[in-house]
Design a protein around this ligand. Structure first.
Ligand code: UFG
Length: 342
């Protein structure tokens, strides 16, 4: 019998790639998603890659009665990966209550039912946003959590605190929180990828949409940062590498290799790239010029951040493998596919 893993938000960007990796490693995947920021066709993509269509339940994790009915139906769950959450920084500033409501209530509903139904293992989708602008780079897991820059970031911090406090009274629970840096790219088959609604907030979808002619030009937010070329620096990690880290985390939980019941890992490449370096790398792999202009800094942006990956490398035994160029190429192939560009 295959171990059954619940993936909340499993039709989303990182959730879909993780579902593929789990299936390919022999897990049975069950997805919950309300499709608020994803599409049912993502299941077709997962099936095309793996030959398996995961079980799918469409509902909102904020609806406590539906969550309970789900746990009553699926009695064989071994672990949960909780992705389902709102994730747009700017939107969270405009609609803070919507973010707190959605991201925190859903988590608490899950934790309550995990306790009631005896599901002991959780992988939680966290973010490097918890570090703010770190005092030291690369940033380690021990860097202090800084006051959040946005309600979105605050929901990640509070979620980690909720999990930690709950574990004080539920020591049988085991959690791994994965703090992502900047996930980019798409599956190498181009059957799944990122599907931002409306105008993308994030750099790489904006770049690929500009190259596809959907956006007139990329705005590079600031060239006066204290960085080698003046543009802001991030740690861009391939989404498949990131997805594979989730499988490693699940293996670790199920094999009970974790030494404490709440562990944190930074998931990045360990290398920072500036916005202008990303633009240049994209131009190189696509062999075309990208329209862009330098504009003012975007409010709320930090100057630079990249991960210290030693703990993930040594303790999880996981390392990001794919290069920035290959990753940008995968993002471009995906954009071409969904736009019907040859
Ligand atoms: N950028 C541009 N032009 C754009 C979009 C982005 O120049 O059109 C720049 C940003 O200013 C930033 C870099 O590209 O310097 C990366 O921006 P993203 O929006 O892609 O990513 P962020 O680093 O701002 O945000 C990401 C995640 C958030 C998370 C945050 C934590 O998207 O969920 O990292 O630092 F909270």
């Amino acid at each position: 019998m295959k171990d059954q893993i619940l993936v909340t938000g499993g039709t989303g960007y990182i959730g879909s790639h993780t579902s593929v990796e789990l299936i390919e490693k022999g897990y049975e995947v069950v997805i919950i998603d309300n499709l608020s920021n994803s599409s049912i066709e993502v299941l077709d993509g997962i099936e095309k890659i793996t030959g398996v269509r995961p079980a799918f339940e469409q509902f909102d994790l904020c609806e406590a009665d539906k969550v309970k009915s789900f746990f009553q139906k699926y009695t064989g769950l071994k672990a949960i990966i909780h992705f389902a959450a709102f994730k747009a920084v700017g939107e969270s500033v405009d609609q803070p209550l919507m973010y707190y409501q959605n991201n925190l209530i859903s988590l608490m509903n899950l934790l309550r039912n995990m306790d009631e139904f005896g599901v002991k293992h959780l992988v939680f989708s966290s973010s490097c946003t918890v570090y703010g602008q770190p005092d030291e780079l690369p940033v380690t897991e021990n860097a202090p959590v800084k006051p959040a820059e946005s309600p979105y970031g605050n929901t990640k911090q509070i979620s980690e605190e909720i999990i930690r406090d709950n574990m004080q009274v539920k020591p049988e629970l085991n959690t791994i929180a994965l703090r992502y840096f900047n996930p980019i790219g798409a599956h190498s088959t181009s059957h799944i990828g990122e599907l931002p609604r409306g105008v993308p907030n994030n750099l790489v979808p904006f770049v690929t949409q500009t190259a596809a002619g959907i956006r007139k030009e990329l705005m590079v937010f600031g060239d006066d940062y204290n960085t080698p070329d003046g543009s802001a620096v991030r740690d861009y990690i391939n989404v498949v590498d990131l997805a594979q880290a989730h499988v490693v985390a699940i293996n670790r939980l199920l094999q009970k290799k974790n030494n404490s019941n709440f562990e944190f890992f930074n998931l990045g490449t360990g290398t920072g790239s500036s916005v202008l370096e990303v633009v240049k790398a994209f131009e190189k792999v696509t062999d075309q010029k990208l329209n862009y202009k330098i504009v003012d800094r975007r409010s709320g942006d930090i100057e630079k951040v990249w991960a210290d990956t030693r703990v993930a490398n040594e303790v999880l035994g996981w390392k990001a493998k794919r290069s920035l160029e290959d990753t940008l190429e995968s993002a471009w192939n995906w954009e071409k596919k969904i736009r019907g560009i040859k």
